[in-house]
Design a protein around this ligand. Sequence first.
Ligand SMILES: [Fe+2]
Length: 296
Amino acid sequence: MPEDVFTAPLKRPAHVGEDWLEPKQTEYDSEDDAIWNDLFARQMEILPGRAASAFMEGLDRLDLGTGGVPDFGDLSEALDKLTGWSVVPVPMLIPDHIFFWHLANRRFPAGNFIRTRETFDYIQEPDVFHDVFGHVPMLTNPVFADYMQEYGRAGFRAMEHNRLKALGALYWYTVEFGLIKEEAGLRAYGAGILSGPTEAVFSVEAKSPNRIMLNVDRVMRTDYVISDLQPTYFVIESFEDLYRKTVERDFERLYKSLSPSFTYANSAVIDVDNVVNVGTQEYLLRGGRGSGARPV
Ligand SMILES: [Fe+2]
């Protein structure tokens, strides 16, 4: 990639190479391990019946649990046998093109630090709990694992066309905040939902948000919020369906038809939508997180 396509030229810490990988994983102390264990236990109270079956199966397969922060070497070995992915430590959010390059090579970059007790409920930067607990179980699913790799490959094309924002929206509404239709009802598979307690309930049960069947063209034109609960969730039929809808889409053509900014507000319901339910948006109307509104 030539220099001028970089969208977020972050300052690379001196101790990491051009791949932005940490030389080794942090050695966590017992307090760090206790934070992991408590976060894990809290999610396990909430996720059964709300998280996608594929996610719960992934958790089982990887034996993630209350044994403290997982060792990336062990985790990668287990994951490699299942889908050929590995987990690699990075110091912080990394530049887009490096992130895409790792995904395209089936490496998932995960934060090399864990939140503190003070930031137990909410952190802005993705830490090891968000990245490993939230994302890695889904990488045991062969179809989703392929989707993530394809996403990495698509990233390069999006950069060439200056449509990274649009591709970012697709990542946001699938990998981070996606819902799936299961026989028993809607379930969450997005890591942004599954790594915290509030949105795991809100996304599948609250009256406020819209839930709309995923349409790639529509989603890539839709704005998103990064610091509050989502006003809209997009629902897939299956991971095969997600894979087909994205990988078989002619992104080259799509990028040419997209405007540089988003067309739809994150709470909008539009004519072409295949709606599961229109939300009341009560949470948003009451001012959201900033005004302490209840996530109803
Ligand atoms: Fe994430």
